[in-house]
Ligand binder design. Sequence first.
Ligand code: 5GP
Length: 227
Amino acid sequence: MAMLEPSLAFPVLAFAFFLCFIMSTGSYVYFQFVQQWPPTTCRLSSKPSNQHRPLQRFTIHGLWPSNYSNPRKSSNCNGLQFDARKVSPRLRSKLKISWPNVESDNDTKFWEHEWNKHGTCSQETLNQTQFFERSHDMWMSYNITNILKNASIVPSATQKWKYSDIESPIKTATQRTPFLRCKRDPSHPNNSQLLHEVVICYDYKAKKQIDCNRTAGCWNNVDIKFE
Ligand code: 5GP
C-alpha cells in the first residue's frame, strides 16, 4: 500500500481537521433575520388555538445562519445547547417583547428551539447571549410594522398587494433588499397568499446589512393579503 509522503502528511491532516471542524460547527455565509406576522403564524398553526397570541406587530422568528446554495441550512449543529440560565433578567424582558412565542405562552421553549436549531450553527461568531442580544438589536433597528403603516399598508381583510408594494417601503427604509415569505391563503388558495415573514439579511458577522437573495418566498403573480 502506498504511504503518504512525510512532507504531505501535515497539510493533508490539517485539511482533514479543518473539514471536521467546519462540519461540526456548521458553516454559513450570511444571516437571515426573520420577522413574522403573528396573525398569519397563528392562523396556520397546528398548535392548540386557545394558546395563540396573534399580536398585531412583527416579532422575531429567528436569526438563521444561511448559505446561498441551500437557504434553510445550516441547522442543528453540534455545540453548546440552549442554557436558560444564560438569559439574564434584562435580556429576558427585552425578548419577551421582541421574540415572543406566538403559538403558546412558553417563550423560553421557542428561544430554546431557535438556538438549538439555528444558533448552534453560528457559535463560531455569536455565543448564546450575543445571538439573542444581536437579534433584539436588529429588531429594534427597523420597526417593520411602522414602516408598512407609514406606506399605508395596514392589516385589512379586503385589500390585496403586489410583492413590490410591500418590498418597496422596507427597501427604502433599510437601503437593502429584503425578501418576503407568504403562506397559502386557506380561504382562497388560488387567488391570494398571506404575508407571513419579512427577511432582512446580514453579513457573516451579523453586523452589516446586505441585500437578500430572493429565494423561496411569496409566489410571483399572486396577490398578497396582509390581515
Ligand atoms: P424553524 O424551526 O425553521 O426555525 O421554524 C419553523 C418552525 O417554527 C415551525 O415549526 C413553526 O411552527 C415554528 N414557529 C414559528 N413561530 C413560532 C412561534 O412563535 N412559536 C413556536 N413555538 N413556534 C413557532
